[in-house]
Each structure stands twice: as C-alpha cells, then as structure tokens.
Write a protein that binds this ligand. Structure first.
Ligand SMILES: N[C@@H](CCC(=O)N[C@@H](CS)C(=O)NCC(=O)O)C(=O)O
Length: 258
C-alpha cells in the first residue's frame, strides 16, 4: 500500500506524482492545504517533523525528500525504468537532481513567494501577531528566516536576484542538454525530465517564459512531456486554477538582471 502526503501545486509533490503515474502505481493521497498550515498539525509533524511534503508511506515505512522518494520508487518498482542502465549516465542523472536539493528547489519557492504568494500570505496573516504566529510554526529556523525575508522584502529581496541567476544558468544547461536530444539524458526519457518539468512549468505559470525565449528546444521538450500520460495524471489533473490564476495575475515585474 502506497500513501502520499502531498499538495496539488507543490513542485516536489508533482515530481513524485509524475513518477507514480509513469510507473502506473496505485496510491492513496492525503492532500494537505499548505496555505492553511495543515503541515504544522501535530498528526503530520509526527510523520515528518520538518513539516514539509511530499512524504511517501510504503508498507508502514516513512520516506521523505522528493528525490529520495523517486529513487526509492525506482528501486522497488522497476517497471517503466526511469534511471539509465549505464552507471556513468546514472551518476550524471544524480548530479542533475542534486541541483534541486542544492538550491534550485528553495529558489523556485523564493521566486513564487516574492512574485505571487507573498500577497496572499500577507492578506491571510494580516496582523503582526498573526504573521509572527505563522512564522513561529516553521520548525526549521533557516526556513523561517527565508520566509520572513520573502514576506518583508518581496521583489527587493536579494534572494530573488540570486534565484533568477540560478534559473538562468539552469535554463542554459537544459538548453544545451536538449540541443540535440529529446530528453535531458541522451539515453532517453528519465527521472531528470520528470524532476525538472514541475520547476519549468512553475516559471511559466509565473509568466517568466521569457527566460527561455532564445531556446525553442525547451518549449519543444515541454510539449513532448505534456503529451505523456504521466503529465496528464500526475500534474494536469491536479492543476489548481485558483493558484494558476494567482500566479499569472502577479503583476510584480522581475528586477532587471543580466
Ligand atoms: N527538499 C524537500 C523540500 C520539501 C518542500 O520544501 N516542500 C514544500 C512544498 S514544495 C512544503 O512542504 N512547504 C511547506 C511550507 O512551505 O510550509 C523535498 O524535495 O521533498
């Protein structure tokens, strides 16, 4: 029995749902409303004291961290393999995924909050007391500090500038990888494609597709991925139109960065 604690629009939950769908696995979902703070409820904190999703529970074993969950699914359910056979290629793939844990995951959150979600949170926690209460719920002090910075500084946060730099570099690297291949790994469709798809789609939802206007191969890659059943089942069916509208209507212009 597979249970996934997840959220409809969370990029790292989308990544895990893509893998579950690609492997045609049955799973039961427990959906957490992150804006309503359901990740801070004592029942969930017992499962993941870090108060973040996704969390996979398989045969009563709890597995956290979306990349780790994906590797686990690949090891346990080897149908529709998403890892290349060649150990060198597997290493290359792991380096791609490590980039998410080494900064890109947090940076997409910075971009999303500074440009769009900040306003929503500030109106939900409209008094200083309510806002401090929300921040004090975040168990990891460094995460709480990043959240405070995003809420207080919005598009003026230096973290936003760094995040945009990091995504510009990622997009160049993706464009290079996709120049003469259909998929990120030359060996074929892999976990790398499913891992990065949610992050690039998020930039698109935030109206930042100009970041890859010089690289048509990225749009072509998106189109290829969107024609897969995994995308339809793992992402499109979970699209939350309220959030997509909130992101597309975010009027905050990006700071000029070259
Ligand atoms: N490195 C973790 C990151 C998990 C994470 O940041 N999850 C976000 C959703 S994408 C979350 O649960 N956020 C809760 C919050 O912001 O309070 C992973 O890849 O699973």
């Amino acid at each position: 029995m597979i249970t996934l604690y997840h959220n409809d629009m969370s990029v790292c939950a989308q990544k895990v749902r893509l893998v579950l769908a690609h492997k045609k696995l049955e799973w039961e979902g427990i959906h957490l409303n992150l804006r309503a703070g359901e990740q801070f409820k004592p029942d969930f904190l017992q499962i993941n004291p870090k108060a973040v999703i996704p969390v996979l529970v398989h045969n009563n074993n709890v597995i956290t961290e979306s990349n780790v969950i994906c590797y686990y699914l690949e090891e346990v359910f080897n149908q529709q393999a998403l890892m290349p056979e060649d150990p060198i290629k597997r290493a290359e793939l792991r380096v791609w995924l490590t980039r998410l844990d080494a900064g890109l995951h947090e940076q997409v959150a910075v971009i999303s909050f500074c440009l769009a979600f900040r306003k929503q949170l500030l109106s939900r926690y409209a008094t200083k007391e309510a806002l401090e209460g929300f921040l004090s719920n975040i168990p990891d002090p460094s995460r709480a500090m990043v959240m405070r910075d995003m809420l207080e500084n919005g598009i003026s946060s230096p973290r936003l500038t760094l995040a945009i730099f990091a995504y510009k570099k990622l997009i160049k690297d993706l464009a290079y990888a996709l120049e003469s291949n259909d998929w990120i790994m030359s060996s074929g469709l892999s976990l790398a494609d499913f891992a990065f798809l949610p992050y690039i789609e998020r930039l698109e939802q935030l109206q930042l597709q100009e970041l890859w206007q010089d690289f048509p191969q990225i749009d072509e890659w998106l189109t290829r991925l969107r024609s897969t059943d995994a995308y339809k089942i793992g992402m499109a069916e979970w699209h939350n139109q309220d959030y997509i509208q909130l992101m597309s209507q975010s009027a905050e212009p990006l700071p000029a960065i070259d």
